[in-house]
Design a protein. Structure first.
Lengths: 257, 189, 484
């Protein structure tokens, strides 16, 4: 039995080593963001519904002025703990373009739960034009689309500082400790007391960043909780099966050793 | 060939006999059963993924504004990939629909069982014969012998209640689940 | 097959079918009682595991194909729709995505096992070659599959890899245009890649069938590398190895499941979650991990090969053939060996220096006079690394198979393993990175040199000169001896 247990432990150890956050890509101008501890971390990590709702509020009131999230639909907000009528109300606060109607014209109508979050700009060129040539990326997948995504986005949102001595910034550039190359077109988006929280959480840049990162992580990986739950069941099943298979194998080979 | 055929044959016969009194003990049965359960657990999501996806289901209900329909007019809306006919019936059409001996119909349904408000008929515009789209929504269309719809594929005639009266179709035009959200807005699905 | 002995079956339906089409006899013969060496260790599980992964990839892939749209405008969205809206779509995609990695894990271990225990040697040469063909087809399939989600790495990986073909003299550019179906990697490329990605796995399946067929003609090798001499050396495949393989497979699937459920994106690259943008190149293009060693070999050749360099190489190669490969030199008498060696090294060095320092103005060393450009050299080195595998049975002709009885082979092979892993690390790093004070490009060249040296020099040399340890008389005896 020892060998079977040993192999299984070795498998878990191997997994841990391979997936350990690697300090790679030390290319020019990149500082690795500090590792935050997140509610969604680890084998049993889940999303904190309160943080998701607060994070959504930050997105709605701050980020969505420039950043689209076109892969997220209002109906998905159910995962944040809103019920159907709340979602309908939220959706109907937005107008979306639909059509063409019978006369061939596009028209505006209030959004429905089945609609995606409306984008702030009609297309990429408009987004570029309005933002000094740098189109703000869509945020639906941002934490998956960056190395060490959640920590990176948190670092970026809290990493604005004065440029070091000898560095000059052009108009519309901002010094950010964690942005590759440091010169970032996005102005510091968050400031203390900018968004009102109803649940008494501190209204600080750090808390805002922490909440919006959790919301964005959910948006990029909405099935994380289901995935980990299914994973636990699968692993338990496989571990039992491994034990049974080991016993079967031992029994069959008993007369050959 | 490292083992001569002769030897292979000897082994084969030996083990075929051995198989007959093979030990099918508890452990092996457990292993086999777990293998089957595991395979089933993998197969389920694979097959279920072929069912309608969440975005498809999200569009499973639509709301239609019918305030622009005058009596006698009809329009077509797409619902779950199928056309839905919404007809604002005139008093004459309502009378025609109600004034039928239900017993003489192929698919015996009174008009009252097919409408929520007599002036509004909502039916799925798919011929119950082989799935063609009947004509009759536009004034210029053929309406068939019963002033309703006519399926050009195989000549089924539907009346002003969408019931089949003539031709090969076996059933009346289906009525989708719907409700009046307000006097002029119908939610289908 | 078909003719010959048939097994007897109690079930009349099975018997009826078997009389007309002896499928069950075939199964019984090839998987039931098939005589298998009794001394396999767990490295022999990986053939069965690779087979399982192939089936898992085909099954999950067919379901994904039902939801995927091969169009540059829609491909990324359709993959995200699978991840968000299709029922259990995220699970199926993660099974497929990580499955590619785990298929390669299994196959790499399978290949290294075959090399360590000399499974490629007579009479199993064709079995080995079919295996290398499977490996090549897998690489093609995996590369094409990585393009389908149409993220940034998909587009730019496809651009870089298809551009390799432009290194072929004269016809290269035409070939690349043909591959693309346009003037860049675009919609026609994506559509044909999808068609090929659906086709190739079935080609792999067919070659796997031949591979297994060939295996069942020669029988399996084993850790001792000596042939079974009779029934006392073998066990029926079922239940002994079916159950051992199943146990090993479950362990392997545990690791696979850990990745699917707890680190599903850790083997991929974040940039592939950014939709492809033909106007923006990612700062650091890397292939998937299983290509990294070969990618490092590709990048190791950073110099042009001019006439001097190639003449030097030709001289060295002649010496290699005469004095290492051949029992007795035929063309060059021994006294001339040393002068030829010195001259060859001088020419190679002259050519290399001339290329590295063009200001010296050595005639015929300018970049445009190069016979093999750095780009073509890299491509040749990379494909050559795989061709070496194809001809391996003729490079290593030592009569002993298993590394257990060949210490010199064993250690040089284990070093090759380390070098191969290190090449993988080099491939993952930016081209200008360094390992301490040493630039990685130099280490890449040295490692590539060892890779080639192992196959072309060490193996033929050891084939002639390594004595090896005494082989046990039989598997049976060795197994009993171990137990005592």
């Amino acid at each position: 039995m020892n060998r079977a247990v040993f192999s299984i432990l070795a498998i878990f150890a191997l997994f841990a080593v391979v997936t350990m956050p690697q300090a790679v890509q030390a290319s020019e101008g990149t500082v690795h963001p500090a590792q935050q501890s997140w509610h969604f971390d680890g084998f049993a990590g889940t999303y904190d519904r309160g943080a998701l709702q607060r994070g959504y509020k930050i997105y709605r009131e701050v980020c969505s002025a420039c950043h689209s999230m076109k892969r997220v639909h209002f109906r998905n907000l159910e995962a944040l703990g809103y019920d159907e009528s709340q979602i309908k109300t939220i959706a109907s606060g937005y107008n979306v373009i639909d059509g063409p109607n019978d006369e061939g014209d596009m028209y505006e109508r209030p959004a429905r739960p089945s609609d995606a979050f409306p984008s702030p700009f009609p297309n990429k060129n408009a987004a570029k034009f309005a933002n000094g040539g740098a189109a703000p990326p869509d945020l639906s997948l941002i934490t998956k689309a960056r190395h060490d995504g959640p920590n990176y986005v948190f670092g970026l949102l809290t990493g604005y500082e004065e440029p070091p001595h000898g560095e000059t910034l052009n108009d519309g550039q901002h010094w950010n400790k964690y942005f590759p190359g440091h010169k970032l077109a996005m102005a510091p988006p968050l400031s203390d007391d900018q968004v009102a929280y109803e649940d008494g959480m501190p209204q600080t840049v750090e808390q805002y960043a922490r909440d919006v990162v959790q919301f964005l992580t959910w948006a990029a990986d909405p099935y994380m909780e289901e995935r980990k739950r299914t994973g636990l069941k699968t692993l338990i099943f496989l571990l039992v099966l491994a034990g049974v298979m080991y016993a079967v194998k031992r029994r069959i080979w008993a007369d050959q050793h | 060939m490292t083992i001569a055929n002769q030897e292979l044959r000897t082994i084969m016969t030996a083990h075929t006999k051995d198989d007959e009194n093979a030990r099918r003990d508890f452990l092996q049965l457990t292993a086999g059963a777990m293998g089957v359960v595991g395979a089933a657990c993998v197969a389920t999501p694979l097959v279920n993924s072929l069912n309608p996806a969440k975005d498809t289901l999200a569009l499973a209900t639509i709301e239609v504004d019918v305030s622009d329909l005058k009596p006698g007019e009809a329009k077509t809306e797409m619902w779950q990939g199928k056309p839905v006919f919404i007809k604002h019936r005139t008093p004459k059409e309502i009378e025609e629909a109600e004034d039928v001996d239900v017993a003489t119909l192929r698919d015996k349904q009174p008009d009252s069982a097919r409408v929520q408000k007599p002036e509004w008929l909502v039916v799925i515009g798919v011929c119950t014969h082989l799935g063609c789209i009947p004509v009759g929504n536009k004034p210029t269309d053929a309406h068939g012998d019963y002033d309703g719809w006519f399926c050009p594929c195989h000549g089924s005639h539907y009346d002003t209640s969408g019931r089949v009266r003539k031709g090969p179709a076996p059933k009346n035009l289906a009525v989708p689940p719907y409700e009046f959200v307000s006097d002029t807005v119908i939610k289908i699905g | 097959m078909g003719s010959g002995e048939r097994a007897e079956f109690k079930n009349p339906v099975i018997g009826w079918i078997d009389e007309r089409l002896p499928l069950f006899t075939l199964m019984q013969k090839e998987y039931g009682v098939f005589p298998t060496p009794r001394n396999f260790n767990y490295f022999w599980n990986f053939g069965a595991i690779a087979m399982f992964m192939l089936v898992a990839m085909i099954v999950s892939g067919i379901v994904l194909a039902m939801h995927y749209t091969a169009d540059t405008e829609l491909a990324f969205d359709s993959v995200e729709r699978i991840m968000r809206d299709v029922n259990s779509g995220w699970l199926i995609r993660y099974i497929h995505m990580n499955g590619a990695s785990f298929f390669f894990v299994a196959v790499y271990i399978h290949i290294f096992r075959g090399m360590y225990y000399g499974s490629y040697k007579k009479p199993r040469e064709l079995l080995w070659i079919l295996g290398v063909l499977i490996f090549l087809l897998m690489m093609a399939t995996a590369f094409i599959g990585y393009v389908l989600p149409w993220g940034q790495m998909s587009l730019w990986g496809a651009t870089v890899i298809t551009n390799l073909f432009s290194a072929i003299p004269w016809v290269g550019d035409s070939i690349v245009t043909l591959l693309w179906g346009g003037f860049s990697v675009d919609n026609p490329t994506l559509t044909r890649f999808f068609a090929l990605h659906y086709l190739l796995p079935f080609v792999i399946f067919a070659v796997v069938f031949l591979h297994v067929w060939a295996l069942h003609i020669t029988g399996s090798n084993n850790p001792l590398g000596i042939e079974p001499k009779g029934p006392q050396d073998t066990l029926p495949f079922h239940p002994y190895y079916t159950m051992k393989d199943s146990f090993g497979l479950v362990l392997f699937v545990i690791l696979y499941a850990l990745f699917i459920f707890y680190a599903p994106d850790s083997l991929g690259h974040p940039d592939n979650y950014i939709p492809a943008d033909p106007l923006v190149t990612p700062p650091h293009i890397v292939p998937e991990w299983y290509f990294l060693p070969f990618y490092a070999i590709l990048r190791a050749i950073t110099f042009n090969m001019n006439i001097y360099f190639l003449a030097g190489i030709a001289g060295l190669f002649t010496l290699l053939v005469e004095f290492v490969w051949r029992e007795k030199p035929k063309m060059i008498a021994a006294p001339y060996a040393l002068p030829i060696l010195v001259a060859s090294l001088f020419l190679a060095a002259l050519g290399f220096i001339g290329d590295q320092y063009p200001t010296l103005g050595i005639p015929f060393t300018a970049a445009e006079d190069a016979l093999v450009s750095a780009k073509l050299g890299g491509v040749l080195a990379m494909f050559g690394a795989i061709v070496l595998l194809l001809v391996l049975p003729w490079l290593d002709t030592h009569p002993i198979r298993s590394a257990r009885f060949r210490p010199l082979f064993k250690w040089s092979f284990l070093l090759l393993f380390v070098v191969f892993v290190f090449l993988g690390y080099i491939g993952s790093q930016p081209a200008d990175a360094a390992f301490g004070p040493v630039p990685l490009s130099l280490l890449g060249l040295l490692c590539t040199g060892y890779y080639y040296g192992f196959f072309l020099v060490i193996l033929p040399f050891l084939s002639r000169f390594e004595k090896g340890r005494n082989l046990p008389k039989s598997i049976h005896e060795a197994v009993l001896g171990k137990g005592a």
